[in-house]
Design a binder for this molecule. Structure first.
Ligand SMILES: *Cc1c(COP(=O)(O)O)cnc(C)c1O
Length: 409
């Protein structure tokens, strides 16, 4: 039986899973050790607030930042719809800015053009783990007296000028969800500029799910993460997905989230709190992070080299403003849907709609804007697998599959 390659797997080791399992077996052990070292390994001199998810970190930041109803937030149009929804739920106005096609991140020139009297905040996303042009963005923000917030959900391990990303803005969010480079079955954190120090008290977390709901929140994500191990994905999850899609759409959405859910609404109390086991899991995964990132980078590079000469394939320049962690990897092609379908027949998963041009989504019609490059990325970018435990022969399989699609067409 040919192995089905998922587009993403979290490459956790048995001992990573065991940290979680042990926490279930000894629920009274709530001891938290090494908090400060762990946070400071992730990010330097910042105040850290552990949160339920990355989204909660943004929510918390918006509470703290003192924005007023109707204030404008400048945000890249090619983005995660949930982030835009959160701004709107906070009565803020998203102002969509075009992206740089080479990095998928906000374009400083267009950013500057879109600043108005009402602008208060620039929200920069380090899309796919590619560092944004922080030098220029920070100086534009400063000159215009704007707050600067960094969405580092994809960017743990990404560097800007030798420092871990997330330390230039006034605040930054991090996510440790199941699709992110560090997966602890939920969890996120808010990193704030001074006063330096660690807010390690987990007890200060407010309004989270409790009891069975809190347990299930992480447990379901633990199970999904296990089932995304390629071997298990091949024999269990992949065959079941068609069934879920038809009969349990909410579960399907959790396993293979679509790039857009128009009915999405952020719920503050919907998710489990940041738990002590999560800190231990982060610590273990941090020890392997550099190695995993270099493998991701190597795979992406091999695919790029393998696709050289195909005139229909355009690659990104992920390291344009620093060093990307390649937590996602994509290529531009004329028809990503068709290629994705072809790859699926060869049991290689890919995603033609990882994100959308939010400035064109029907639910954000009110804030519509013309962002040529975001629209191009939305219709031409195809995400390919580059997870670190892909074997060399599987990387070759991906290259050959893409090549043969273009060579026959
Ligand atoms: C995943 C993600 C977030 C937030 O993550 P959660 O922990 O799932 O709330 C924010 N921004 C982007 C771009 C993301 O992909």
């Amino acid at each position: 039986m040919i192995k089905t390659l998922p587009v993403h797997t979290s490459s956790l080791r048995l001992k990573d899973y065991m940290i979680y399992v042990k926490s279930l077996l000894s629920p009274r052990n709530k001891q938290v050790i090494g908090t400060e070292e762990t946070w400071s390994q992730l990010i330097g001199d910042r105040q850290i607030i552990p949160t339920s998810t990355g989204r909660h970190a943004l929510w918390e930041y918006l509470n703290l930042a003192g924005l007023q109803e109707g204030d404008e937030v400048l945000i890249a149009a090619y983005n995660f719809y949930a982030i835009v929804r959160i701004l709107i739920q906070k009565s803020l106005i998203p102002v969509f800015v075009d992206i740089d096609l080479e990095t998928l991140c906000i374009n400083p020139e267009d950013l500057e053009k879109k600043i108005t009297e009402k602008s208060r905040l620039v929200l920069v996303t380090h899309m796919f783990g590619n560092p944004a042009d922080m030098g220029r963005i920070a100086s534009i923000s400063k000159r215009n007296n704007l707050l600067l917030f960094e969405d580092c959900a994809h960017a743990v391990g990404t560097h800007h000028k030798d420092i871990p990303i997330g330390q230039i803005g006034d605040g930054a969010l991090f996510s440790f969800g199941i699709y992110k480079i560090i997966n602890i079955f939920g969890g996120g954190m808010l990193a704030l500029k001074g006063p330096n120090g660690v807010n390690s008290s987990f007890n200060k977390q407010k309004k989270t799910a409790t009891g069975i709901k809190s347990f299930l929140d992480n447990f379901i994500r633990f199970i999904i993460s296990l089932l995304m191990i390629p071997e298990l994905y091949t024999i269990i999850l992949y065959p079941m997905l068609k069934f879920f899609r038809r009969f349990i759409p909410s579960l399907y959405q959790l396993i293979e989230p679509s790039g857009n859910d128009p009915s999405y609404n952020f719920e503050v109390e919907g998710r489990a709190p940041f738990k002590p086991y999560m800190l231990r899991m982060i610590r273990e995964q941090l020890a392997e992070l550099d190695e995993k990132i270099s493998r991701r980078r190597k795979i992406a590079n091999e695919i790029k080299i393998g696709l050289k000469g195909l005139k229909d394939v355009i690659v990104l320049n992920e390291d344009k403003h620093g060093v990307s962690n390649y937590s996602y990897f994509g290529i531009y092609v004329p028809d990503p849907e068709a290629l994705s379908g072809d790859l699926e027949n060869r049991r290689i998963k890919s995603n033609p709609h990882e994100y959308y041009d939010c400035s064109q989504l029907p639910q954000f019609l009110e804030y519509q804007s013309n962002c040529e490059h975001a629209s191009y990325a939305s219709t031409h970018l195809l995400r390919l697998p580059n997870y670190p435990n892909l074997h060399d022969s599987e990387v070759e399989r991906i290259i050959l599959a893409v090549r043969s699609y273009f060579e026959k067409s």
